[in-house]
Design a binder for this molecule. Sequence first.
Ligand code: NAD
Length: 504
Amino acid sequence: MKSTSHHDRRDENVPSAALLLLVGGERVAGGGAPLEVEDPFSATTLTRLPVADDAQVDAAVAAARAAARAWGQTPAAERGAMLHELARRLRARTDDIARVMTLEGGKPFVENRDELRQAAGTLDYFAELGRSSAGRVVPPVEPTQLSLVVREPIGVVACITPWNFPVLLLIWKLAPALAAGNTLVCKPSELTPLSTLMLAECVEHLPAGVVNFVAGAGDVGQALVDDERVDCVAFTGSIETGRKVAAGCATRLARVNLELGGKDPFIVCSDMSAELDVVARAGAWTAYFNAGQVCSGAERFYVPADLHDEFVERLVARSDELVIGDPLEATTDVGPLISRAQREKVIIQLEQAVAAGAQILSGGSIPEGAGAGHFLSPTVVSLAPLATPLLDHETFGPVAPVVRVRGLDHAIEQANSTSYGLGCSVFTRDIRNIVRCIRELRTGMIWFNDPLTENDASPFGGVKQSGLGRELGEEGLAAFQETKRVHIESHLGVKDWWFPYGGG
Ligand code: NAD
């Protein structure tokens, strides 16, 4: 492990745009108690953000409600043009926003800049898709009739997001929801609210009330979930909170989309013996990207017995050469974890695995020289297939547990053995393995030979407890549309199946 030098960041100010809410088109200071936003690199307070008070949350929902009719009736091409403009503004602000994302989230600047570029691309994708998906025409019952399936906005959508990809995961909701004609109230994570509030400057060209930003913790999220005027809740976060959101929506039968946790497997097939260097590099990247705090990052590796030792050796070498340190440095590969509590959770999982017989082959400790922040060294663990949280609960840290398996049957059985079902990465060139994995893996996504690559046109989401619904692609737009069935008879006349049944 190498470490980078530290930027002195205390002289850098958080821009004022990051400290104001957006309610009904007005930038306003939160009326609630100040929230301490931490810089996870230095483990010191970055800034204090006054959060939204009850009246501001209420006003944000009221503004979204008031704007819903006109926005829903705005021609789709006009809405699309405004989304393209939002993408342009986001690209113009990329470096400023990425810097604040780095300060509040600890994710390397390079990864944050990439997140924003990807978010701008998603806006462009839905700007176009929204123009061409107003429904369909289906064959009618009689030739004198027309049968239409009309897609309409749902109304007011609450977007509740986590801290690990604060902008991208919001844009995966905002772009399709706006393209479909809905209005929004967005609530970022209390750990990373600043970058989302900066987006308020990129939506100034939209009519007032179409997008509103509030800030606060779970109580603000819960207030949105419980608000009768909110027609749909789009949520990304933990399974535990997802259950509360689903329960709140169930009480009043509101629409809900849930993107929840993952425990993604990474399967190496036996035909990879000559390619283990590529496989180990891919493995290190998907396990340690954003310090392992990625819902679809690999969290358990299944490797056939004959390749296990060489794979582990290569993975350890890749782990040890990573540069850990200040996420603002362009050469830093791995930054701190989001919080002390998150690091503690990962360390406890490692201790439990060791107590059950696992061996830590690299890392597993708090690195020296990286700074006072919430760092944990990239960690390779070797263990048998056993019931331990490191193998069957989400970890969300820079840890690569490697399990020796007998072959693909055993790997698939293990991969399917948890209550998660987000994604899975598989390395093979053998078409027979590919077809088997597609048929047998119980996940919402599979990446062959290229982990974590996203595609705006391809739906993202999980099965089992990893979520309900999909983001991105046509499915991601449909998630924000209601369906209205329309039947039109062009020949007015009495039907012979109407009353009276006795004839007449
Ligand atoms: P979290 O569940 O703690 O918080 C997510 C959001 O919910 C935050 O904005 C939080 O303030 C809000 N919230 C908390 N309590 C609430 C309540 N009662 N009602 C409404 N909102 C409430 O999750 P987190 O720690 O911020 O994020 C990490 C989790 O997100 C991980 O489990 C990760 O796997 C998951 N995640 C999933 C995906 C995906 O697409 N499947 C992507 C990224 C992250």
